[in-house]
Design a binder for this molecule. Sequence first.
Ligand code: PLP
Length: 472
Amino acid sequence: MTHHTPKTMGQQFGRRSWAEPWKIKMVERLRMTTREEREKALAEAGLNTFLLKSDEVYIDLLTDSGTSAMSDEQWAGMMLGDEAYAGSRNFYHLEEALRKYYGYKYVVPTHQGRGAEHLISQIAIKKGQYVPGNMYFTTTRLHQELAGGIFVDVILDEAHDPGSLHPFKGNIDLAKLEALIAREGAEKIAYVSLAGTVNMAGGQPVSMENVRELRALCDRHGIKLYLDATRMVENAFFIQEREEGYAKKSIAEILKEFCGFTDGAWMSAKKDNLVNIGGWLAVNDWTLFEELRNLVVVYEGLHTYGGLAGRDMEAMAIGIAESVEDAHIRSRIGQVRYLGELLTDWGIPIVQPVGGHAIFLNAREFYPQLKQVEFPAQTLAAELYLDSGIRSMERGIASAGRDAKTGDHYYPKLELTRLTIPRRVYTQAHMDVVAESVKAVFDARGTTRGLKMIYEPKYLRFFQARFERLAG
Ligand SMILES: Cc1ncc(COP(=O)(O)O)c(C=O)c1O
């Protein structure tokens, strides 16, 4: 027998090991399933991982949305919930945290991100106006379209290329934006919709230089700039790591500087802000705030709770402060990167560079035998679940939906399956199990068949669509 010297993870990758800046106080037991049970569960779910019951899932990487583990201090904060209908003290804590860390003046809480998207879209978009953005996000674009807007993708071309190593693939291509303004006129632009770490591009960041230049461009034309701040803290980490002049600045400083270039933001607090439910809108303009504060009463709740319990707002206020700690964000992104390093080393096709919240498997390269209408990324999500009970999510043609005018599918360049890592939930050993399962599915890729959609809901179809395997 040959002698094998065990190595720590850090040693294997030629660096010092890192560890999470927390320890575990309470655990949630996981249920393991047999392949037979998974076959049955997946068939009942119409081969859509969104339709699985969570009890049928072993490691749940469906989303990082609302799946974070809260800290003991956040849980203690829940007990301080002031459930007054109006003027809850927890709202004022939230407002204080947002002003301190994001820097915006006025705050409207909402039940989650899409509640905020709804309000800003209804107020800031006039029918027929364009909404340029750095790639679309499903709910964001839908609310913009429902408000009569026409979304235009003005992200860098590199964002659509899973192999491009551009350090800021989330950047807006300013020339594309200028061309749109020249063609349509500034008055036809509702606002620029800028997302920090672009989810659909693989969690790719925007640079400070890009937002600075974008601000100047918007000012030249009198156009507003609103930020989807959902994963802006993670974006700040990439600026600290990759952009000249930011290595010594804290995440909190970078976050505030970046937000300072924008007129306001909407937020799904279920991500960066480390809560299980919540969202907000924040703006600097009083008149706009008054309109938002009025509309929130119609759809969400009074402007000092916006669809949330007081305890939720308290947990969010504490979560915001925890989320900007450098040690937290380094370990959060470090864990995602660890999984990415393993898969890259094994030659498995993933979007590069590895982004902030997830690993995106390149389903086109897994299954070159499948046409895009055979749902390669959905197929891959189904195969992964069958192999090990790991739940992932499709981010390809099913998520992209249909063109409202032609009725045909959108055919996105990226056909990806997302392994989304919840914050502060899983361990390095879980990541090892995930990596090995992805490898097993990759090794068996040659004989995999595609899917057809047998039920298609009208809105955001990927959530509830049902599929069947194509006959061999
Ligand atoms: C970038 C981005 N924007 C907006 C949203 C919508 O937020 P929510 O799911 O809280 O409604 C999400 C989450 O799904 C997101 O990832």
